[in-house]
Design a protein around this ligand. Structure first.
Ligand SMILES: NC(=O)c1ccc[n+]([C@@H]2O[C@H](COP(=O)([O-])OP(=O)(O)OC[C@H]3O[C@@H](n4cnc5c(N)ncnc54)[C@H](O)[C@@H]3O)[C@@H](O)[C@H]2O)c1
Ligand SMILES: O=P(O)(O)OC[C@@H](O)[C@@H](O)[C@H](O)[C@H](O)CO
Length: 381
């Protein structure tokens, strides 16, 4: 069985590639980073090390790579694949859509490969596979789209494993936290789908993706932004500061109340979930930079993402939002010049002021009480 995986980065190698390989797939990575592609082609394997006391290490074999800039090659690999997965960043999905669309055309028009194909986007976003489907479908002619409706499936998924930026002599080696969870929406699969070992299939993904995004990722970005404002360069150092930790904890109480109300989670179980997540953030064997965790602040401030969506839900329910608003304010202080989204945010704040900039990126009205709360925190920071 052959899996084509877009993105040979941290999650691609450290999580998805590893799980697929263990499940019996030969993994072909597609990436635009030529050094990574060359190294994978030459060596055909790489190592994954767990961030634990004993540094347990596993070698992932039977892998290779293609140059993701070569549309024809990408399309040919899509046409031949038994499974397609991605971990490129949700904003990159539109850039890989042309290769997937061309590959589907080849696959479906020839009539040779009319067996079902699953395309699973493993990105931190609600409905990422569905978003990818929209990008791909926009490029398909109607007859191919009709065939894709029959033979191609885009199940949404939630992926959880902390994989920091890697700094090793071996460019393919990747260190990951021991914990992982890959959840896929069963209701969006082909009837005869062969389950991938290591994946949890659920009938309703919404509680899983929202609990993950609005606990792990909300807590993480609050730690990154508030940590950055307080001069820390890693999540581990930021959370070691009790003041930062209690603000992160506060934000997770706010999202927690919303999640418990929306999905009927047991409140005590949810508190345990929060404690477990905070424990993962402080794993002493990991060094996770705040610039990675806070990366792309415009995405993180967007209406459906980890700060604004739970804050607006909390507001609608009449619940507390002050710590989430503080997270938004701290995101606006994230002045990291080599992050293009941070640079754009800083430019707009300079040009139009904090309230207009926040309103622009969050889609909240300047008079919205949550936005006003965030502006107040911003001025106090
Ligand atoms: N790192 C984590 O802890 C983690 C955990 C869960 C989910 N995620 C999600 O996984 C995704 C990837 O994150 P990451 O940390 O692995 O990032 P990363 O930057 O390490 O990896 C992304 C890879 O995609 C490649 N890429 C960019 N454009 C491409 C294209 N057009 N075609 C093919 N490859 C392309 C990049 O060269 C890079 O190797 C993101 O959506 C992220 O939110 C990350
Ligand atoms: O990948 P992002 O930019 O959406 O978020 C940064 C981190 O919070 C994220 O990568 C986590 O490490 C990961 O989601 C843990 O499962």
């Amino acid at each position: 069985m052959k899996a084509l995986h877009f993105g040979a980065g941290n999650i691609g190698r450290g999580f998805i590639g590893l799980i697929l390989s263990r499940a019996g797939y030969n993994v072909m990575f597609s990436d635009v980073n030529q050094e990574l592609v060359k190294a994978l082609q030459q060596r055909g394997q790489y190592t994954v090390e767990l961030a634990n006391e004993s540094k347990d290490t596993e070698t992932v074999t039977g892998v290779s790579a293609i140059d993701g800039t070569q549309l024809e090659t990408v399309a040919q690999n899509v046409a031949e694949a038994d499974l397609v997965t991605t971990a490129v960043g949700v904003g990159i999905l539109k850039h890989i859509a042309p290769g997937i669309a061309k590959g589907l055309e080849a696959r479906l028009n020839t009539g040779l490969v009319q067996k079902p194909l699953h395309i699973i986007a493993c990105e931190n976003a609600i409905g990422a596979s569905t978003q990818l489907k929209e990008h791909v479908y926009a490029l398909l002619e109607e007859p191919v789209r009709a065939l894709a409706d029959q033979y191609v499936y885009f199940p949404d998924s939630a992926v959880d494993r902390i994989v920091p930026i890697q700094h090793h002599e071996d460019s393919l080696h990747v260190q990951v936290e021991p914990f992982y969870e890959w959840v896929v929406d069963r209701s969006q699969l082909a009837p005869a789908f062969l389950p991938i070992e290591g994946v949890l299939y659920v009938d309703d993904l919404e509680p899983y993706i929202e609990r993950k995004l609005f606990t792990v990722n909300t807590g993480h970005c609050c730690a990154a932004y508030i940590g950055y404002v307080n001069g820390y360069d890693t999540i581990q150092k930021a959370i070691a500061d009790e003041k930062v930790k209690s603000l992160v904890y506060g934000a997770l109480q706010e999202t927690g109340e919303v999640l418990v109300k929306r999905f009927g989670f047991n409140p005590e179980d949810h508190q345990q979930y929060i404690s477990k997540i905070l424990g993962r953030f402080v794993n002493p064997h990991l060094t996770d930079e705040v610039t990675r965790v806070g990366r792309s602040p415009l995405r993180k401030l967007s209406p459906n993402d980890r700060l604004v969506r739970p804050a607006l839900q909390a507001y609608e329910y009449g619940m507390e939002t002050t710590n989430l608003a503080r997270g938004m304010a701290a995101a606006c202080k994230f002045d990291v010049s080599d992050d293009p989204e941070a640079a754009e945010l800083q430019d707009l704040i300079k040009q139009k002021g904090i309230a207009a900039a926040l309103s622009h990126y969050t889609s909240m009205d300047e008079q919205h009480p949550v936005l006003k709360q965030a502006v107040e925190h911003y001025h106090q920071m």
